[in-house]
Design a protein around this ligand. Structure first.
Ligand code: G6P
Ligand code: ZN
Length: 543
């Protein structure tokens, strides 16, 4: 096996976004593209010499090939050991756990999350640091700098590793440990939840459908939910990871998990429906006839977490991303614990979790998680729901209703405008910014603006400041509109408009969501001159 130092030149646009570097698969397959980015990552962390890493991905097209490239480059950079999921499979939360469990120097996760997979779809790579969490902004900035000055990458001339065989292999002096992707993750879940109570729930006839969307959680959910917890065979559907996710869009929301939604709204719905995304960090929860918004799910999980063994001592605090509704703030207030508002992107929770300021975090984009790993965790959220239902012996719909009666309801919806020409999206955001200072006091339809600003995050742990994290407009009467551009798209710009309206304590919690949000929607679209700037007001996707 020989070391190879390959000359290369910088490639434009290798800037990690909300969640790593995401591009079209064919772009990643261009010779040198993946190599440059991986070498830049090694350079940004001070080289790979003597270091240990975890590598795995969601099984999408190009996953295995990319893993072989990374293994050889790790060896070329002097790494001492790499832990890899069998067949290249690791869910994002399982990878985060393996980094922490084995105290490695970080890990590479190959995924474009919920984006479709295939040679003409999306691929992605992200680096997680030794705390198991996504690289923080100072590190992604260094990685980007390194991509701009790269002159060579290091690899080795060697045979591919057999990723199917569990056990130890070698690339020169570097050890490659192929591990079962589920075992350690399941062990962790068992320490957090009352598996006996959940087992008894299923034994008592409780029914479920878990849609793995042909993505990475299939093997995890089958082993844990059907295997260990004894749910009926067939509870997990679409449970085999496919390179193109069965031509689907592995995003667990009412649009993309439509067949599950249809089932849950029908008269033969099981007691609970759940789904997870491409890499297993997102989740969707739906009861019989009752979809639970991610913002509500965060609040409900936080309010009931003490019913699960790991959280029986209470929570240190709750964090949510800025566009997530205020529902979880109300829970934190009642519990008398801290609540934190961070920019979109799980990486911003890392410092709060590491410092012990928060235990549970969540985002409107279907992510919920806790301090057990440093990623959001789809299956964790599902298991916590099951644990809560097993103890409360109530239906999902009853738990949700009870929550709204206690705290009031935060009606919530997100409108996505996809593939907007970048200049138009920038013009809309620029136009909003320019008028922020004059908005307060203005009336739009029935609503009056209470405050308007652009969100800047001051990290209370390391003092860093992240600017331009979205425009937020609060209205008198408990409505809010937030505008931001997605950081995870691979084509044009995606404009997100997040709408919410608080019912008030004791207010009407029975309205249709879109009806309850009509006033704030109209006001938000008027304020940003949406029709004039991007030529439309009807979104492509409403969640
Ligand atoms: C990924 C990140 C999340 C983030 C989401 C939405 O899933 O892990 O933390 O909330 O993307 O990001 P976007 O920038 O597309 O709104
Ligand atoms: Zn994901």
């Amino acid at each position: 096996m020989t070391l190879k130092i390959i000359p290369t030149t910088p490639i434009d646009g290798q800037m990690p976004g909300t969640s790593g570097l995401r591009k079209k698969t064919r772009v990643f397959m261009t010779p040198g593209y993946l190599e440059n980015f991986i070498q830049a990552t090694f350079d940004a962390i001070g080289g790979g010499q003597g270091k240990r890493f975890v590598v795995g991905g969601d099984g999408r097209y190009f996953n295995k090939q990319a893993i072989q490239t990374i293994l050889k480059m790790a060896a070329g950079n002097g790494a001492s050991e790499v832990i890899v999921g069998q067949n290249g499979i690791l869910s994002t939360p399982a990878a985060s756990h393996l980094i922490r469990l084995n105290k490695t120097d970080g890990g590479f996760i190959l995924s474009a999350s919920h984006n479709p997979g295939g040679i003409d779809e999306d691929f992605g790579v992200k680096f997680n640091a030794e705390n198991g969490g996504p690289a923080p902004e100072n590190l992604t900035a260094k990685m980007f700098e390194a991509t701009k000055s790269i002159t060579e990458y290091r690899t080795v001339d060697a045979q591919d590793i057999d990723l199917a065989s569990i056990g130890t292999a070698h690339l020169g002096d570097m050890k490659v440990q192929i591990v079962d992707p589920v075992t350690d993750y399941e062990g962790l879940m068992e320490t957090l939840f009352d598996f006996n109570a959940i087992r008894a729930l299923f034994q008592g006839g409780f029914t479920m459908q878990f849609d793995a969307m042909h993505a990475v959680t299939g093997p995890y959910a089958t082993a844990i939910i059907e295997g260990t917890l004894g749910a009926a065979k067939g509870t997990v559907v679409n449970g085999t990871p496919l390179e193109d996710f069965g031509n689907g869009h592995p995003d667990p929301n009412p649009i993309w998990a439509k067949s599950l939604m249809d089932l849950m709204m029908s008269d033969h719905a099981p007691d609970i429906g759940a789904a997870s995304d491409g890499d297993g960090d997102r989740n969707m929860i739906v009861g019989r006839g009752a979809y639970v918004t991610p913002s509500d799910s965060l609040a409900i999980l936080a309010a009931n977490a003490h019913l699960a063994p790991a959280y029986s001592g209470g929570l240190a605090g709750i964090a949510r991303s800025m566009p997530t509704s205020a529902a979880s703030d109300r829970v934190a207030e009642k519990l008398g614990i801290g609540s934190y508002e961070t920019p979109t992107g799980w990486k911003f929770f890392g410092n709060l979790l590491d410092a012990g300021k928060v235990t549970i975090c969540g985002e409107e984009s279907a992510g919920t998680g806790s301090d057990h790993v440093r990623e959001k965790d789809g299956l964790w959220a599902v298991l916590l729901w099951l644990n809560i239902l097993a103890v409360r012996k109530q239906s999902v719909a009853d738990v949700v209703q009870d929550h709204w009666q206690t705290y009031g309801r935060d009606y919530y919806s997100r409108f996505d405008y996809e593939d907007v020409p970048t200049e138009q999206a920038d013009a809309l955001m620029g136009g909003l910014r320019a008028k922020l200072s004059e908005l307060a006091g203005q009336s739009h339809g029935a609503l009056t603006v209470a405050s308007a600003d652009e969100f800047s995050y001051h990290d209370p742990v390391d003092g860093s400041v992240s600017k331009n994290q979205g425009v937020r407009i609060a209205f008198e009467g408990g409505a809010r509109a937030v505008f931001r551009l997605s950081g995870t798209g691979t084509q044009g710009a995606t404009l997100r408009l997040y709408l919410e309206q608080f019912s008030g304590l004791g207010g009407d919690v029975t309205q249709d969501t879109q009806d309850a949000l009509a006033q704030v929607r109209d006001a938000a679209q008027a304020i940003c001159a949406m029709q004039d700037t991007i030529g439309r007001t009807t979104p492509d996707v409403i969640t």
